[in-house]
Ligand binder design. Structure first.
Ligand SMILES: *Cc1c(COP(=O)(O)O)cnc(C)c1O
Length: 453
């Protein structure tokens, strides 16, 4: 694939380009969230009109296989009949009451039944709100100020957590956003993911001041990065020993890696967990929950303030409940794992045959192919004997060849596969992606990678 091909790709998307020009006049950057802006891959964003199952249709009428699934929520595929029926039924009754409904308890019971560490849960409207609330609660519960997070982990756009915060922030090259005061940032300590010694040293020195260690148990927001066992065990052991709370951000991994989230397969029990994305079934809903003694610090039982006009919104609760029921009744996880395996093997073989050095990380239906910079000293005609550097954290992830990723992205778009528009995002696929969809995607990747070498 040559860059000049971008022109012919663009020709098929003239309506999207016009829509973007219009949106730019009205909305900063033409988008309501920077992850959609195509800043990291060049070109302009594609505007969508509809979706069904594994497919997206843009406003020019092009149809794509969807590998972002709204950045995670659409594990059942788009417009799953059970979800559509549930939203429709809720809509018939009313869209918001600002008062309790029985449906909220049904969803709460499902969440508590699914996620091993959650004894009580509070619903909010986004993953950001869940993280913000969990951090406030951890501080209120422990009476301490410091929060520990890891470089490249994204927990939503919470002021105190927008420090070295993965994907959007990394993509735009603004790890620290203007508008966040030094006072706010000073209580956040950032360490490197998978570096157990750093964690041990920090807790030894400052353990008694730390309210919480907040982490993605499997990282999706700097591209996919899997935790090493020793590191995870240390996170649990050290927080416990020093009276800090361990908070898992499972906004992306919850109900995605298994019905009980990453914590179920990793067999580590956090004190608090944040949820979002799948829990809302494609509508705006987040949640945070955990130990009952900690959750009982939240108002009105406890003193830690947290509220929301649309929290537990009936439509969102209906979509989330239907999604969870479907996942509980017909667990897709074995099939997702098998298809993920096919996709991984296919991409690996294609990259290797094309001599394009990559590090591929995958868990179930989440995967990232990190393009490695070709080092001149080890470059050979085939390129295949270059030493591949494992991606263990932000230090190694940020070494990726993002220009190559951009070429891959546009090559895949040209072949009707909508991949994440950044090297530093995980791809997702759904139950609606068939074996032949996966095979078609592998074929597309083979073409693109071969053209790249
Ligand atoms: C998406 C995401 C968030 C933020 O959720 P929003 O609903 O976008 O506010 C937080 N943490 C992780 C791990 C996420 O993937």
């Amino acid at each position: 694939m040559k860059w000049t091909q971008l022109d012919h790709i663009a020709q098929r998307r003239t309506k999207s380009q016009l829509a973007f020009k219009h949106a730019e006049q009205l909305i900063p950057g033409g988008v309501n969230s920077p992850a959609r802006a195509f800043g990291a891959v060049g070109g302009t964003p594609i505007f969508f009109a509809a979706a069904s199952g594994a497919h997206l249709t843009d406003i020019d009428g092009n149809v794509y296989l969807d590998y972002i699934g709204s950045w995670g929520p659409m594990i059942l595929g788009h417009r799953h009949p059970r979800v559509v029926a549930a939203i429709t039924a809720a809509l018939e009754c009313g869209t918001s009451y600002g008062a309790p409904t029985e449906a909220e308890s049904v969803l709460a019971e499902l969440i508590i039944g699914a996620v091993p560490s959650i004894e009580k849960v509070r619903m909010v409207s986004s993953g950001t709100e869940a993280a913000m609330s969990a951090v406030r609660l951890a501080r209120g519960f422990t009476g301490r100020d410091k929060i520990v997070k890891f470089a490249g982990n994204y927990h939503g756009h919470v002021d105190s957590l927008l420090v070295a915060a993965g994907s959007s922030a990394a993509t735009l090259g603004v790890p620290n956003s203007p508008g966040i005061t030094a006072g706010t940032a000073q209580d956040t300590i950032v360490l490197e993911y998978n570096e157990t010694e750093q964690l041990e040293a920090l807790f030894k020195e400052k353990g008694s001041t730390i309210a919480a260690l907040l982490m993605e148990p499997v990282v999706g927001t700097m591209g996919l990065v899997v935790p090493e066992d020793e590191f995870l065990q240390a996170a649990r052991r050290l927080t416990q020993a020093h009276g800090a709370l361990l908070v898992f951000d499972e906004v992306m991994t919850g109900f995605r890696l298994s019905y009980g989230g990453a914590q179920q397969i990793l067999k580590v029990t956090p004190d608090l967990t944040t949820l979002g994305k799948i829990v809302g079934g494609g509508l705006p809903l987040g949640a945070y929950g955990g130990r009952a003694d900690v959750m009982n610090y939240v108002l009105p039982v406890g003193k830690v303030f947290q509220a929301g006009t649309l929290s537990g919104n009936p439509l969102a609760v209906a979509a989330g409940t239907a999604t969870l029921l479907e996942l509980r009744d017909h667990p897709p996880y074995e099939q997702l794992e098998r298809r993920g395996g096919l996709l991984e093997q296919g991409f690996r073989a294609a990259a290797s045959r094309a001599g394009v050095p990559v590090w591929i990380a995958r868990k179930g239906s989440m995967m990232t192919m990190f393009f490695q910079k070709q080092s001149p000293s080890t470059h050979t005609p085939s390129g295949t004997d270059q030493t591949i550097v494992p991606v263990r954290g932000w230090k190694t992830a940020s070494q990726s060849d993002t220009d190559r990723y951009a070429r891959f992205f546009w090559g895949m778009i040209d072949r009707a596969c909508y991949m994440p528009c950044s090297q530093y995002e995980s791809l997702f696929f759904s139950m609606a992606h068939s074996d032949s969809d996966i095979q078609a995607t592998i074929k597309a990747a083979e073409d693109v990678l071969t053209g790249m070498a």
